[in-house]
Ligand binder design. Structure first.
Ligand code: ZN
Length: 271
């Protein structure tokens, strides 16, 4: 078919040049030596040697044209394949990079999550310790809802020292008397002028004393919690009527008293 083509129509050395360039590129594809052989005259046509028509190689050129087209197509196909391969490779690379990025991101997120969880646990532990400290240090009135009827250091003939070593809380006989804070019972029994009395060593090392009780509900060595009932109010010992005598002390003994109102207020009690 291509052999019937008018040779005159085939001119354009530039086309030949282009073809040759591709033909050289696909020379490895040639299964016969024909391609190589035909390429040579084309090369000659480029370099000022007698033109194609002068050489009488018209038919050869026609063959060359057909082959060139075929080679072109082959080269194009090969180019397309190469392009597709390069594209696929780039795509794969892009995917791999994206996966790597996603993996790193997930890793960082997991790390951040773990850190947050650890911080939350630490914060919870801190809050628990703080709540425990608050619970241990929380103080209450020795008689719920009561008030002071006789102040600290009040003078009067009632007290052997001539001065009140504690404060008196209003309390009808048999009222519940509770530990103002957590501590340990160091004295529980008859206390002379104090009547039935209890002395507690508080967790902070101070002491509290509860006097004139009608009954004692704890024994020496016993641990008590804040608000725990330790006895009932009364009027035993040197007392003119039911009430609770309360002291704050630096030691378990009489004479080491400190201002009970200031003491209770320092421990957060509204008195
Ligand atoms: Zn008193």
């Amino acid at each position: 078919m291509a052999f019937t083509r008018a040779t005159g129509k085939h001119r354009a050395p530039s086309r030949l040049t282009r073809t040759r360039a591709k033909a050289v590129g696909v020379a490895a594809l040639a299964t016969t030596g024909v391609i190589g052989g035909l390429a040579a005259p084309a090369l000659a046509a480029d370099s000022g040697t007698p033109s194609v028509s002068d050489t009488g190689l018209g038919q050869v050129i026609a063959i060359d044209k057909t082959l060139a087209d075929r080679i072109d197509a082959q080269a194009d196909a090969q180019q397309h394949q190469a392009d597709a391969a390069a594209k696929a490779k780039a795509e794969a690379q892009r995917k791999a990079e994206a996966e790597k990025k996603a993996e790193a991101k997930a890793k960082a997120k997991a790390k951040a999550d773990a850190k947050r969880a650890a911080e939350a646990r630490a914060e919870k532990a801190r809050a628990a310790r703080s709540a425990e400290r608050t619970r241990l240090s929380a103080f209450q009135l020795p008689v719920a809802g009561s008030y002071v009827t006789t102040g600290y250091k009040s003078s009067g003939s009632l007290w052997s020292s001539g001065s009140h070593s504690g404060i008196d809380f209003h309390a009808a006989s048999g009222s519940s008397v509770v530990a103002v804070g957590a501590g340990t019972v160091v004295e529980a029994g008859w206390g002379g002028a104090y009547g039935n009395n209890i002395v507690l060593r508080m967790t902070d090392g101070t002491y509290t004393q509860y006097g004139h009780l009608s009954s004692i509900g704890v024994s020496v060595g016993q641990s008590v919690g804040v608000g725990q009932q330790i006895g009932l109010s009364g009027s035993t010992g040197n007392s003119t009527g039911p009430h609770l005598h309360f002291e704050a002390r630096t030691t378990p003994s009489y004479g080491s008293d400190m201002d009970p109102v200031a003491y209770l207020r320092a421990h957060g009690v509204n008195v």
